[in-house]
Design a protein around this ligand. Structure first.
Ligand code: PEP
Ligand code: MG
Length: 296
């Protein structure tokens, strides 16, 4: 791989192989301040805004206006590039004191992400209204984490429709926007055919997908000798997900750590993955890798 200065040669270039296969190279960000670093790294969009960071490091809930301003800052900074905002993924490894979560024996399998949001409708509606309001300032995708199947998706879409109704009643404008789900539970992989027919995009969360497929805690360092991030089950799950998504006209990104793994870049391109979303510092190195590949 090239050194820092040599990488600069890839700034402003397309993320395309020698044989013309294109892919979107997007950034993973946490807070609005990260948008600057992502742009400085020449991202082609935000593939994952981990919006739980707007709830962490404070002692009370952010208001709808506070959330709206944060999202709007990112959406405007990206100037037409898509910004995929993930709804709250609190729980498991991301705990917030003021949420008063009941103690759980297995937080990674507990009341987290959409499960928490669906049990706290006001919390969820506040966030959805803020995201929808930001959607009129650029190109927004709304993404739901930890989905396991269509029934949950229907409940999530109902909550989204309710948030739209609230904004319409207030006379506020929003949209258009895309809707997507994270594929990060084994159930979502098995249900990907059904899910693909009902959303615009998938984003494969390989951090959780690997943890749940292999039944290995992603935070437990003692498991390192056992955890193979290239486990054939993970790669097979990705392949199945991409095939089913594309059959239904749904786009697919990868936003977990594996997206930046250059040993797999060629495989991802061959599968037809539409977007890789990575830490900003990985964008130019990955573009160099993509532009070095000849496919087909
Ligand atoms: C993932 O699970 O792969 C993911 C991108 O989300 P997080 O790491 O925030 O759980
Ligand atoms: Mg995850």
């Amino acid at each position: 791989a090239a050194g820092r200065a040599a990488l600069e040669a890839y700034r402003g270039k397309e993320s395309v192989t020698k044989s013309g296969k294109k892919i979107i190279l997007a950034a993973n960000i946490g807070c609005p301040e990260d948008a600057e670093a992502a742009l400085a790294a020449d991202c082609e969009g935000v593939g994952l805004m981990r919006s739980e960071f707007l709830y962490l490091g404070r002692d009370s809930l952010p208001t709808e206006d506070e959330l709206f301003e944060s999202y709007k800052t990112v959406v405007q900074a990206m100037d037409g590039r898509e910004v995929i905002i993930r709804t709250l993924d609190i729980g498991a490894d991301k705990q917030v004191g003021y949420f008063d979560m009941p103690p759980e024996d297995n937080p990674a399998l507990g009341l987290r992400a959409i499960r928490l949001c669906l049990t706290r409708p006001i919390l969820f509606q506040t966030q959805l209204c803020a995201i929808l309001r930001a959607s009129r300032y650029g190109n927004v995708g709304i993404m739901f984490p930890m989905v396991t199947g269509p029934d949950e998706l229907h409940r999530l879409k109902e909550a989204l429709a309710d948030a739209e109704d609230v904004l319409i009643a207030r006379g506020e404008r929003f949209g258009p926007y895309r809707v997507g789900v994270m594929i990060e539970t084994p159930a979502a992989v098995f249900m990907s055919g059904e899910l693909a027919g009902e959303v615009d995009f998938f984003s494969i969360g390989t951090n959780d997908l690997t943890q749940y497929l292999l039944a290995m805690d992603r935070q437990n360092p003692n498991l390192a000798p056992f955890c193979d991030p290239h486990h054939p089950a993970v790669l097979r799950a990705i392949r199945q997900t991409v095939e089913r998504a594309h059959q239904a006209g749904c786009t697919v990104g990868i936003c977990g750590e594996l997206a930046a793994d250059e040993a797999l870049t060629e495989a991802f391109l061959r599968l037809g993955v539409d977007e890789l979303s990575v830490a900003p510092s990985r964008i130019l190195p990955l573009r160099e890798k993509i532009r070095s590949l000849t496919l087909g």
